[in-house]
Design a protein around this ligand. Structure first.
Ligand code: SER
Length: 604
């Protein structure tokens, strides 16, 4: 089956009666207000308030497929089943159905909808521990469904407890979690995958990580909240939080233990094979092809969501993915074919244009990735020559390699570990953080109000700037976001992420959209809201900015839902758009690889 077919079948299956789930929109990859992780890494992340008991507007049964990033798996990428980016099929019961229905439905989905063989399914359940009893109930349900007892195994919290932070002892106070039951698909000993694995001498079992068993789904019984060290309390509701790897289920559907064989990955690899003239079938190319295709898919999604390469946080991860792909391509080819990145990005867009990726962004994404590739390839060869000269790597030298030649620490670590030398990542990181602090302070404040004064003109320009941002997002795509602003009584200066100057036509569209709203004389209103609630409205806010529990959202339009513009903002603003008066774009400048600056003035 194709990936899109598995996704569609899953959602339809859970929407259909008697399951009656409502599909919810997937969250963006960057959840700016969730300080617990850099990226959305599970479908449940945006649902925490509802798992804690709040009512969800769509009801108690929800389903979706959530693009996710798990950077903790990056070291594993290259084997047959780990990727940094993946889609997680998810269904949730918010205090509605529980184990009986969940396990039976997932089983029915796998066997009837996907056609997996019942006798190749293996099941793990929680063996109990602390306050939480052994999950005999789930094991009994699986037996009733028809799974042989010999294929059901009990494991400790390390394997069969799920929270965002791991086992109960690792959960911070307030975190939620519960025991879970995982389903594995068995690709059979005849594949001898575990011959090459560190587990070769052990008796093979579901969790032995040799590659014979592929975990394809996890039903978490989200029932507990940590209230004190060593103390869990039951949540008001017994919830189900199910997550299944779309790529892995698709691999099982084509009877392959290798997720790089499924259509969406194979297409990228095929494209790269054509460009590079190298074959994926050749043993030495397998790992690099897997790494490059995974990393460029993840990078495409990140750039599509507005992340730009930089030396901190999300941007640093994107940089690392791009630069590691470059190093692997260069290793394989001896040089980097200039069209390799574009080809991979095209393949990703072709596979996901109906899901998640906005076609309007295709050229931008290419530009973001190729600019970053250029920045790196300018110094790559010199850096590699420098690396050859280094006998023993240490933190200082690794740091210099990043500063002078753009080698992210992790790439340097990888190159030296291939030579049998380890570097102390923690010590290096401390040095790195010091540097990042210094560069951060120079860019601090870009998201602050940016008003020079509170004169009438300045306030009019402030509202005009909100209209400008909303109009830019409508014309250029929703990944456009403010990078800086400076407003005086004479003009508004607004910086945003975009790789090239706007065309005449785009400028005209933006300008007339603003003036249309000005002429409609829409109300400009402020609403104080809980931060989490405000985020759900889709109001624009700065990535990584610290907001309080309560925020004020300014919106332009009759209602918050139908508003033309919604932004987290402290004000002040005019009260109706006609007070802004007509505006025009005076000029635009490209002020960085990915930043455009626009000057807005009154059109008197
Ligand atoms: N939250 C669980 C997971 O990520 C199940 O959805 O595995």
């Amino acid at each position: 089956m194709k990936t899109s077919e598995v996704r569609e079948r899953y959602i339809k299956f859970f929407e259909a009666s008697p399951r009656d789930h409502k599909q919810i929109k997937p969250a963006p990859l960057v959840l700016p207000e969730d300080p617990t992780t850099l990226f959305t890494s599970a479908g449940m992340q945006p649902l925490v308030p509802y798992l804690l008991g709040e009512e969800h507007p769509k009801g108690k049964r929800l389903v979706n497929s959530q693009p996710s990033i798990r950077m903790q798996d990056i070291e594993e990428v290259g084997d047959n089943r780990h990727t940094t980016f993946f889609e997680m099929l998810g269904n949730w019961s918010l205090g509605d159905y529980f184990k009986d229905e969940q396990l039976a439905w997932f089983y029915e989905f796998l066997t009837s909808e996907i056609g997996l063989t019942k006798d190749r399914l293996w099941i793990s359940v929680f063996e109990g521990g602390g306050q939480v009893p052994k999950d005999i109930e789930s094991a009994e349900i699986w037996k009733k469904i028809g799974i042989k007892e010999s294929r059901i195994g009990y494991y400790s919290a390390k394997k069969n407890w799920w929270s965002r932070n791991g086992t109960p002892s690792k959960m911070p106070i307030g975190d939620i979690g519960g025991p879970d039951s995982e389903v594995f698909y068995d690709f059979g000993e005849e594949l001898k995958l575990h011959e090459n694995s560190p587990y070769a001498k052990q008796k093979c079992h579901m969790n032995c990580d040799c590659g014979r068993f592929l975990e394809i789904g996890n039903s978490v019984f989200m029932q507990y909240k940590k209230v004190a060290e060593g103390k869990l309390e039951e949540l008001p509701n017994m919830n189900v939080d199910f997550g299944g790897g779309l790529e892995r289920i698709t691999a099982a559907s084509i009877d392959s233990p290798d997720v790089f064989e499924i259509d969406v990955m194979k297409d990228i690899i095929d494209g790269l094979e054509k460009i590079t003239g190298k074959s994926y079938q050749e043993k030495k190319n397998i790992v690099p092809f897997r790494i490059i295709s995974d990393h460029l898919r993840a990078a495409t999604f990140l750039a599509n969501d507005g992340v730009l390469p930089s030396n901190k946080q999300h941007g640093y991860i994107l940089r690392r993915l791009i630069r590691r792909s470059a190093v692997k391509l260069r290793d394989m080819e001896g040089s980097i074919h200039e069209n390799a990145f574009d080809k991979a990005i095209d393949k990703v867009f072709d596979s996901y244009e109906d899901h998640y990726l906005d076609l309007k962004n295709r050229q931008n994404v290419k530009k973001v990735l190729s600019d970053e590739l250029k920045r790196f390839t300018n110094t790559l060869e010199k850096g590699l020559r420098e690396i050859k000269k280094i006998d023993t790597i240490d933190a200082r030298k690794a740091f210099d390699l990043y500063q002078s030649y753009g080698f992210p620490l992790e790439i340097t670590a990888e190159i030296f570990s291939e030579r049998g030398q380890a570097i102390d990542i923690n010590r290096f990181q401390k040095e790195f953080e010091k540097h990042k602090e210094a560069s951060r302070s120079t860019s601090a404040g870009v998201f602050k109000g940016g008003l020079a004064d509170e004169s009438e003109e300045t306030i009019r320009f402030h509202t005009a700037t909100h209209l400008l941002q909303a109009a830019l997002r409508k014309v250029l795509g929703e990944n456009v976001i403010q990078k800086g602003q400076n407003i005086s009584g004479q003009r508004s200066r607004f910086d945003f992420n975009y790789p090239k100057k706007l065309t005449e036509n785009e400028l005209n569209k933006v300008e007339s959209l603003i003036n249309e709203i000005v002429e409609k004389n829409l109300p400009v209103k402020k609403k104080l809201m809980k931060r989490t609630e405000a985020e759900r409205t889709g109001a624009i806010h700065a990535f990584g900015e610290k907001y309080g529990e309560e925020v004020s959202v300014y919106y332009v339009g009759k209602t918050l839902e139908s508003a033309f513009s919604r932004e987290f903002c402290g004000g002040p603003h005019v009260s109706r758009t006609s007070q802004v008066g007509r505006v025009k774009i005076k000029k635009q400048d490209k002020i960085g690889a990915n930043t455009v600056r626009i000057y807005l003035v009154f059109d008197n």
